[in-house]
Design a protein around this ligand. Sequence first.
Ligand SMILES: Nc1ncnc2c1ncn2[C@@H]1O[C@H](COP(=O)(O)OP(=O)(O)OP(=O)(O)O)[C@@H](O)[C@H]1O
Length: 210
Amino acid sequence: MKIIVTGVSKKIKKQHVLNNITLEFRNGVFYGLYGRNGSGKTMLLRSVAGLLRPSAGKVEIDGKDIYSENKFPPSIGVIIENTSLLPQYDAFTNLKLLSKIKKIATDEDIKSAIRRVGLNPDNKLKVRKFSLGMKQRLSIAQAIFEKPDILLLDEPTNAIDENGVQEVYRIIQEEKERGATIILTSHHKQDLDILADEFIHMDHGEVIHE
Ligand SMILES: Nc1ncnc2c1ncn2[C@@H]1O[C@H](COP(=O)(O)OP(=O)(O)OP(=O)(O)O)[C@@H](O)[C@H]1O
């Protein structure tokens, strides 16, 4: 899956949150997207995920404009702020409900993803009672359970304890070995150094070329 972002800008309330971004993401490469608070990392991920229509420019995945009339279901797993977990259901039920959209994941795929992030798929505890870290782990399971071609991860280790961070990095590494194209954001380049193949630095809604 090749992602091509061409001249993407987004203006919200007269502010350029994305300013003429042109980037190419190649298949199976792990991209580390870094920059300070408010630099536009989340906005860029949202536009690649099909969740934020640019004011100008286009986003193509394998040659198809994702904002064109003929919408297609992209094979993308995402963790972007408030991932849509339903608090009134347990972990398994949350993913089971999501699986009804694409109908590609089996119950065993769901359980295995939940186990991979260190949660118990048979535990009936409702997400409402999860700790922040448990929710974040379930968000990761939600992003990977359908084995997507593209993974967009906005600070996936947020709220996860130190041991957990290593586990999350291991899972992401496995996803890369499976062949997924990954874009992961962080405030600090150091967090990405071990994992990422290539780096993208953003500031004030622009890509800084170094
Ligand atoms: N709903 C919104 N309405 C208006 N402006 C917004 C909105 N959401 C974000 N912004 C602005 O867009 C800019 C980019 O925000 P974005 O969330 O992409 O930054 P970020 O690099 O992901 O930051 P962080 O590291 O804090 O998550 C910021 O200036 C922010 O104030």
